[in-house]
Ligand binder design. Structure first.
Ligand SMILES: NC(=O)c1ccc[n+]([C@@H]2O[C@H](COP(=O)([O-])OP(=O)(O)OC[C@H]3O[C@@H](n4cnc5c(N)ncnc54)[C@H](O)[C@@H]3O)[C@@H](O)[C@H]2O)c1
Length: 266
């Protein structure tokens, strides 16, 4: 049976992982490769991208691993040009880079506010500006953006800048979907809930539990009705569907992958 992304190419921004193990971007790269896509993966840290490329190779796939800060316009231009040259076309763009810093409006300094918007929203605007015309010229493409349930509601921690940026990302994606629909270019969102990714130990334990990894894991497992966090592969399967031909009539949609979390009041 042919893979679900046979003959497709993908550019994945944020293809590494912040710590040991498999985060959303890395899982997306591995799954896309398993389904037949040829990849270019970008990460701020070359070592993180290289590690993903190694895992992709184990899946029988190929990923060119590039280093670069996607929030920098000139860098992003260079990365997109390299990806296009390498792949010949860009069928799929995954905007996976993102992350939160805690705080309300009084705790977050103006420069942190702007940095959060650059990290979670502004670069998506930049990458869309660069890649959408390529997809229009190809007469088709799929953009998959990673939001967060934090953009839907307050989940117990003040994340004012992150939540606002991720909510805006959903609206941005819908506007992009309408703008490019006549050209066969789709734009959709995957919204992860509380996922058990390397991020939990690498960053969230320090931010939310005084460095106590077991405590933050227990706290996050207790919240979703399913009684546990999700895994990066759950996010990757949603991204795979949206990227694939199976979703050819789906644009401006949001798939929430949260084990029912945002349907509850606890
Ligand atoms: N893990 C969760 O629980 C969770 C929940 C909701 C939403 N999300 C969203 O999922 C996405 C990421 O998930 P992940 O598990 O892959 O996270 P991750 O932090 O493990 O991976 C993101 C990768 O992006 C890279 N990166 C960071 N800044 C960059 C930059 N400026 N330029 C290029 N690369 C950069 C990092 O080095 C890292 O390897 C984010 O958009 C995040 O907001 C995650």
């Amino acid at each position: 049976m042919a893979g679900r992304l046979e003959d497709k190419t993908a550019l994945i921004l944020g293809a590494g992982s912040v710590g040991e193990g498999i985060g959303n971007g890395r899982a997306i790269a591995m799954l896309f490769a398993r389904e037949g896509a040829r990849l270019v993966g970008v990460d701020a840290r070359q070592a993180a991208a290289d590690e993903t490329a190694g895992l992709v190779a184990k899946e029988g796939g190929e990923m060119l691993a590039l280093e670069g800060d996607v929030t920098d316009e000139a860098t992003l231009k260079r990365l997109v040009a390299t990806a296009q040259a390498r792949l010949g076309r860009i069928d799929i763009l995954v905007n996976n880079v993102g992350g939160s810093i805690p705080g309300g409006p009084e705790e977050i300094e103006p420069e942190q506010w702007h940095a959060q918007f650059h990290h979670n929203l502004h670069y998506v605007y930049l990458s869309t500006r660069l890649v959408a015309p390529i997809m229009v010229a190809q007469r088709g493409g799929s953009i998959v953006n990673l939001s967060s349930v934090a953009g839907m509601r307050h989940l117990g921690n003040d994340l004012v800048a992150y939540a606002a940026a991720k909510a805006a990302l959903v609206k941005f994606s819908q506007m992009v979907a309408v703008r490019y629909a006549p050209h066969g270019v789709r734009c959709n969102v995957v919204t992860p809930g509380l996922m058990n990714t390397p991020l939990v130990a690498a960053r969230l334990a320090g931010q939310q539990a005084g460095g106590d990894v077991a405590a933050i894991v227990a706290k996050r497992n207790a919240k979703p009705p399913m009684g546990r966090m999700g895994e990066a592969i759950d996010v990757a399967y949603a991204a795979l569907y949206l990227a694939s031909h199976e979703a050819k009539y789906t644009t401006g949609a949001e798939i929430v992958v949260d084990g029912g979390l945002t349907l509850t009041v606890r």
